[in-house]
Design a protein around this ligand. Structure first.
Ligand code: NAD
Ligand code: 6OD
Length: 486
């Protein structure tokens, strides 16, 4: 049986305890590998290696040299594209067509773009007066934060890990990554890439395991960690914030969402249906930016619901490698139990089930997988848990609205504030809503168009802080002011 090991100080490492857990393929629930679970000794070794690397060749490199190495990391990911693709698809079950266009290319791009960003950002300079008339010069230098703990989710494993590791390394930090227990494989491959291109040992480390009383908790509470960057559920973020407060650690929190799409009667209906189909069902609904609430202006409500229902019914589930496959399984049977509990709630509360609502019939060994039907509901009250809580599955509730003021109120009536999508051809209205919706990112007539130079993050319970472009530099560096008396 294949084993997935930790990566510490440039070497793959077993757990001293011998403890392992299973990594299963959600397509058919088959066993992919046994993953070593880190205890305190492995986490301690990883943090010590990362601290030591700050004072080694990595710490002495010029920005240009570091950026050059990160470009080499990107090139090596692209050279081993098929290995990354196969590993990501086996861990997640997502269609090859999706992973090959999104996950793997973005995994490489996250190193290139942040290497270029860090080379091109100036710092501040102030000339000040002094009582003796000679003056003084102040300039700011950017220094790395130190050892950064990177805690990752399972929905876009390589993409979301490198979105943090890329800028952290570009800024001169070292990292200890805790991949999701569901998707450990591409993080391990990245260790091979780091060694192949000559990234010094200790700069990139991985510890595998779970959250509480496991690798996640041991890492976030470790005194040798300077900063924590986290992507995952809001409640997990709250637990990590508490753990970080003892050590006064810098934190960046990218958390959950319950994102609205708003469809006005003046929209390009075909485009609105096509985009909403993607925003609800892409990656089997397991995208933090995905739509789970759709509000449609009353005159086109029936037509929109009919078309979205038809689109849901054409989402063909199947093997990731099959070109006809439009949707993969959920990440695990456990996650399916959670999503199905909302499907049951919707039924019990009298929702109209426009499409889906259950488990599809799959043939042969696929019957063991975590498959679920793409689902569209109408008719639930806004107070329903189905409409208020993040489900993280391929489903949405569609409700009608009559006025702009009403839909702004409905869209904002949520503890979350991650993303929204507006469909309208009314230019002024699009800008008005863009400013009024309480979210970190608002798409107009589009969804998941992401330029890595733009700020990314959530409002309210969807997160704290912004990353992307220069905003990542703000998190992954500290500014030190140097004052020179002339
Ligand atoms: P999760 O919060 O369950 O787990 C995320 C990571 O945290 C995992 O590696 C897990 O092992 C670790 N963890 C859990 N408890 C911990 C603890 N006490 N201390 C330290 N680490 C701990 O999230 P998930 O189920 O992996 O991912 C889905 C969630 O992530 C959804 O809520 C989704 O909205 C969110 N998400 C947000 C963004 C964003 O950018 N805002 C992006 C992707 C996913
Ligand atoms: O595009 C990104 O960089 C990003 N952070 C996407 C997040 C997707 C959430 O599932």
């Amino acid at each position: 049986m294949r084993e997935t090991l930790h990566f510490v100080n440039g070497e793959f490492l077993r757990s001293a305890s011998g403890r392992t857990f299973e990594n299963r393929n959600p397509v058919d629930n088959s066993l992919i590998a046994r993953v070593h679970e880190a205890g305190r000794p492995e986490v301690d070794a990883a943090v010590r290696a990362a601290r030591a690397a700050l004072d080694g060749p990595w710490g002495r490199m010029s920005v240009d040299e570091r950026a050059g190495l990160l470009h080499a990391v990107a090139a090596e990911i692209n050279r081993r594209f098929d290995d990354f693709l196969q590993a990501e698809v086996a861990d997640t079950g997502k269609p090859v067509s999706l992973a090959s266009h999104l996950d793997i290319p973005r995994g490489a791009a996250n190193f290139k773009i942040f290497a270029d960003t860090v080379k091109n950002v100036p710092t501040e300079f102030f000339q000040m007066a002094t009582p003796d008339g000679t003056g003084a010069l102040n300039y700011a230098v950017r220094v790395p934060k130190g050892v950064v703990a990177v805690i990752c989710p399972w929905n876009l494993p390589l993409l979301l890990m490198t979105w943090k590791v890329g800028p952290a390394l570009a800024c001169g930090n070292t990292v200890v990554v805790k991949p999701s227990e569901e998707t450990p494989s591409t993080a391990a491959l990245l260790g091979e890439v780091m060694n192949a291109v000559g990234v010094p040992p200790g700069v990139y480390n991985i510890v595998h395991g779970f959250g509480p009383d496991s690798a996640g908790e041991f890492l976030t509470t470790h005194p040798g960690v300077n900063a924590i960057t986290f992507t995952g559920e809001t409640n997990t973020g709250a637990a990590i914030l508490k753990a970080a407060s003892d050590g006064i650690k810098a934190t960046s929190m990218e958390l959950g969402g319950k994102n609205p799409a708003i469809v006005f009667a003046d929209c390009d209906l075909e485009q609105a249906v096509e985009t909403t189909t993607r925003s609800v069902f892409a990656n089997c609904g397991q995208v933090c930016l995905g739509t789970e609430r759709v509000y449609v202006e009353r005159p086109i409500f029936d037509e929109f619901v009919k078309r979205l229902g038809e689109a849901a019914r054409t989402m063909k589930p199947g093997r990731p490698q099959d070109a006809a496959t439009k949707i993969g399984p959920l990440i695990s049977l456990e996650h399916r139990r959670k999503v199905l509990s909302y499907y049951e709630k919707a039924k019990a509360e009298g929702a109209t089930i426009v499409a889906g609502g259950g488990i599809p019939t799959m043939e042969g060994e696929l019957a063991e997988g975590a498959w679920i039907e793409p689902t569209v509901w109408t008719g639930l009250p806004e107070t329903s848990a189905v409409v208020r809580e993040e489900i993280f599955g391929p489903c949405c509730h569609v409700a009608p609205f009559d006025t702009e003021e009403e839909v702004i109120r409905l869209a904002n009536d949520t503890p979350y504030g991650l993303a929204a999508a507006i469909h309208t051809t009314h230019l002024a209205r699009a800008h008005r809503l863009g400013a009024k919706l309480e979210v970190g990112i608002c798409w107009i007539n589009s969804w998941f168009l992401r330029d890595l130079r733009t700020p990314f993050g959530g409002s309210k319970r969807s997160g704290i802080g912004r990353e992307g472009g220069v905003h990542s530099l703000e998190f992954y560096t500290e500014l030190r002011n140097v004052c020179v008396k002339l």
